[in-house]
Design a protein around this ligand. Structure first.
Ligand code: PMP
Length: 338
């Protein structure tokens, strides 16, 4: 226990500020509010899933003091697990495909995570990094003195439960119950599923939207009942080609498919006009919130998530050649080449 009045790192996960996105709100005559998840200690929304999964494994007696948390991830979840693990005294082992940017690998290593690179193969291959992480967790559980657990963020519903207990109620309280709609994108689905459940329980007629990037199959699933991928996207951490256990049963009222041509300019707009430097998934989320505002009409309160910072994606979002190959461009006011 902490002495009263003093927080430790895990107490600072969640309870993020909710901020008005002035430009999007003024343009749509709605209140478009972004929850500042990039302000979590590990820098992203995934600190919540990491803490929820670790706390659940502790409660079940599966994670013991000094134990190891293993996950297959190329992104923010690994950082979240390393931050939470270091703070609570657990080791973190991350299995990731060998085609990921050096930046990501170095970031995880700089937190002291044990990073294991494996060949990039399709999910149905038993050597896919997610399956390897499951086997490695079993192996380490047998061989390490304090045991190991597999985080399994896609199908471990401790992920969505944590959002139902924290993110959703926070949004309700911060808007004093005035929230009319919530929308975000889906990676594991933990966030959307948890928040949607918490808000529908408090207000059954609330509108829940899905902002799905091109390159993902979920829009078509919720629109036409068919898991079908269309196009591609530079966004990372979002989109899926399957319905995970976390996403299963989520009450989605309005699905949108958001192309990069719509979301990426919003990323630059938010830097310029709001002072908010955010990753591409936040661009997809805000694009979805704007579409929902137009569909619902003026006067509505719409909440979305600002998941992480643009600085995690410097080599994509601020790389003129990378963008040009995908038909995207940097705005004139960004003079990065000088
Ligand atoms: N945005 C970013 C930047 C992420 O890393 C993730 C998680 N993969 C998400 C959004 C989606 O969150 P969830 O896994 O809860 O669906």
């Amino acid at each position: 226990m902490n002495p009263p009045g003093f927080d430790s790192l895990t107490d600072r996960i969640g309870n993020t500020p909710l901020m008005r996105l002035n430009h999007a709100s003024d343009e749509t005559r709605c209140e478009i509010l972004g929850k500042a998840e990039f302000m979590n200690p590990g820098g992203s929304i995934k600190d919540r899933a990491a803490l929820g999964i670790v706390r659940d494994a502790e409660r079940r007696g599966r994670l013991k003091p000094g134990g190891i948390v293993v996950e297959g991830t190329a992104g923010n979840t690994g950082i979240g697990l390393a931050v939470v693990g270091n703070s609570l005294g657990y080791e973190t082992v991350i299995v990731m495909p060998d085609n990921q940017s050096k930046d990501k690998i170095d970031t995880l290593k700089s937190y002291g995570a044990d990073v294991r690179l494996v060949p990039a193969v399709p999910l149905k291959d038993p050597n896919h990094f997610i399956h390897q992480s499951e086997r490695l967790a079993e192996e380490l559980n047998e061989t390490s003195p304090n045991g190991a657990v597999w985080a399994n963020q896609f199908n471990n519903t401790a992920n969505r439960a944590f959002h139902a207990e924290t993110t959703g109620p926070e949004i309700w309280e911060q808007t004093q119950g005035s929230v009319d709609a919530f929308i975000c994108s889906v990676g594991t689905g933990g966030t959307l599923a948890g928040v949607a459940r918490a808000l529908k329980a408090r207000r059954p007629d609330i509108t829940i939207g899905l902002a799905d990037p091109t390159g993902s199959a979920l829009y078509n699933y919720y629109k036409n009942g068919e898991l079908k991928v269309e196009g591609t996207s530079i966004s990372e951490g979002i989109g899926n080609s399957r319905i995970t256990d976390n996403l299963e049963g989520t009450p989605i009222d309005v699905p949108y498919q958001i192309p990069d041509e719509e979301s990426v300019p919003l990323v630059y707009d938010m830097i310029r006009r709001e002072g908010l430097s955010l990753g591409a998934s936040s661009g997809v989320n805000v694009a979805g919130a704007i579409r929902l505002a137009r569909e619902l009409g003026p006067g509505h309160v719409i909440v979305t998530l600002l998941c992480d910072s643009a600085m995690r994606y410097r080599q994509r979002l601020f790389n003129r050649e990378f963008l040009a190959e995908r038909g995207l461009e940097l705005p004139d006011w960004l003079s990065l080449d000088d």
